[in-house]
Design a protein. Structure first.
Length: 95
């Protein structure tokens, strides 16, 4: 039997995938300019993605998965989805 339960705000805390992408770039010694070129994005859009001001889409998730080596598109999309849900939850439950 599948039971739903309420989650606390802490349980729904998530980070934008950009914060994890920054870690990948650091490991690869890759600059934001090089990342933007790899992704086929303008530098300003790459910065917005990395700093959580722009969501990660499916095409971008696939490229990030390839760049990071050993991760999947679904992982990156899942991070975006978790972040979106946490934001939604937090906005709905502001006190």
């Amino acid at each position: 039997m599948n039971q739903m339960r309420d989650f606390t705000q802490e349980e729904l805390m998530a980070f934008h995938p950009g914060s994890y992408i920054i870690d990948v770039l650091e490991e690869l010694n890759m600059t934001i300019v090089s990342f933007a070129e790899y992704m086929g994005m303008e530098i300003i859009d790459a910065k917005k993605l990395l700093y959580g001001m722009k969501p990660l889409n499916k095409t971008q998730a696939k490229k990030v998965a390839e760049l990071s080596g050993g991760t999947s598109t679904e992982l990156w999309l899942g991070l975006q989805s978790a972040y979106d849900e946490a934001i939604k939850f937090n906005l709905q439950n502001r006190g």
